[in-house]
Design a binder for this molecule. Sequence first.
Ligand code: ADE
Ligand code: ZN
Length: 326
Amino acid sequence: EQRRSELAALPKLELHLHHEGAAPPAFIRQLAHEKRIDLHRIFDERGNYVYDDFVHFLSVYEAATEVLKSPEDFARLTTAVLEQSASHGVIYSETFLSPDFCGGSDVGAWREYLHAMQEAADKAERDWGITLRGVITCIRHFGPEKAKRAALCAAETAGDWIVGFGIAGDENMGKPKDFAWSFDMAREAGLKLTAHAGEWGGPQSVREALDDLRVARIGHGVRAIEDLELVDRLAEEGIVLEVCPGSNVQLGVYPDLRRHPIEMLRERGVKVTVSTDDPPFFHTTMSKEYEDLHRAFGWDEEIFGSIAAIALDAAFCDATTKENLR
Ligand code: ADE
Ligand code: ZN
């Protein structure tokens, strides 16, 4: 119990959180009720999200976004997400925001969504001491053309609190190279880059994300462990992995946390960080991830401190923001 509250109180930085995927189910049910949208199919009898595998998870995720229609809805979502994160000791959060879920990636509408979210985030920062930055994300299974529109939205709104560009979605669809145009556009706009890889794809998928998209961070990346040469490359190049252990176990990438490679990657010198991905979908929180890592690998406050330092260093925000978080 003592240990539990100590871990909960540690200051945490989270680099991999999907804005919509962090929506508490009660929040989505409330919006569905207000808008008279029937979403019963995505909830079980206790009101939790239900799905059977990764591809089904993605479709349940997308169904939940149906109730998020206006900038005001996204402002309310932002408040709900940041309140939850802050209650688990998170002081800095980077969330993935997809223009595809906000006004169909029209740049004018996109600005309004961002403005509403920014106001909610400013208030959350004053109330709960949590800082939010946004990483604009295209969705791999929506294809390269939609990704280009997302990249244009990202380039138009870069700066301020929009600090990065990335790609999420089904890693089995398409190739990183198909999205190179979008990543080049985002890079030229001054955005920092990350890509989901090495979650459903093996080492080759991680290599392609590095070589074809030239990202500084990899979302997940854990399956790099299947090729130790790649692991050494990650360590040498200082590539940061946004590891989401609870997500990987829930979705069946690994059968349990003890068999998860996060500790092997860390011991071999890879810069690993810890995040929740889509916390209510995976029945997790940042403090639960910490407790589970403590139990599985004996991680103590010193290791969690070094993980937080890596995350601060790898965060896409500017130097002044980092200084204020130190
Ligand atoms: N979108 C939300 N969560 C995701 C995950 N774990 N992998 C890929 N795309 C996602
Ligand atoms: Zn993710």
